[in-house]
Design a protein around this ligand. Structure first.
Ligand code: FE2
Length: 178
């Protein structure tokens, strides 16, 4: 289950009901899939073949179609990051910049962990959402954010998109970022 950390106060929010209520107030979609549906051999595998990726997508076919049907996503794929990803440090450097998109950014974590850093309302400021397998999040369109890995530097996630133009990141320097 996801956990929240408010960056300027270091306050942590845990527990399903609290996390859901907080994210709802910040207009961030949060849902949860049953990650134990994933075949055992894929639960701790972060370097994936095309066949592995197809297997993950077919395992969560019902959940993906449900989400896509409700929210208009038209394509989806799998992203996997780990120490075996070429140029991981360079990639993370690129990710770790506050940016916006014209489309929301949806990730369903199927293995490993990751953090979305998202700009909340004026009172809250930036907050971290620490995600684990089963967590599904959508950062709203035009809301400043970035993504990074956690200490174990391993994640597999399903990404869902409406159209390619909406994926383009528009980085900017936000003086409010702490
Ligand atoms: Fe993004």
């Amino acid at each position: 289950m996801a956990e929240i950390r408010i960056r300027k106060t270091d306050e942590r929010i845990a527990g399903e009901a609290n996390v859901r209520a907080f994210l709802e107030r910040q207009n961030v979609l949060y849902e949860h899939w049953d990650a134990s549906k994933l075949p055992m051999e894929l639960r701790n595998k972060f370097s994936l073949t095309d066949e592995d990726k197809s297997k993950i997508l077919s395992t969560f076919e019902t959940e993906i179609n449900d989400l896509a049907g409700r929210r208009g996503y038209r394509t989806w794929d799998i992203i996997a990051l780990s120490e075996s990803t070429p140029n991981l440090d360079e990639l993370l450097k690129k990710f770790e910049q506050v940016h916006t998109h014209t489309e929301d950014e949806v990730r369903a974590i199927t293995a490993g962990r990751g953090i979305f850093i998202i700009k909340g309302d004026d009172e809250t400021g930036y907050f971290d959402v620490e995600l684990e397998a089963g967590d599904v999040i959508s950062v709203p369109e035009s809301q400043p954010h970035f993504f990074t890995l956690m200490e174990n530097r391993q994640i597999v996630a399903v990404r869902l998109f409406i159209e390619p133009a909406g994926w383009v990141a528009q980085p900017f320097d936000d003086p409010a970022f702490v």
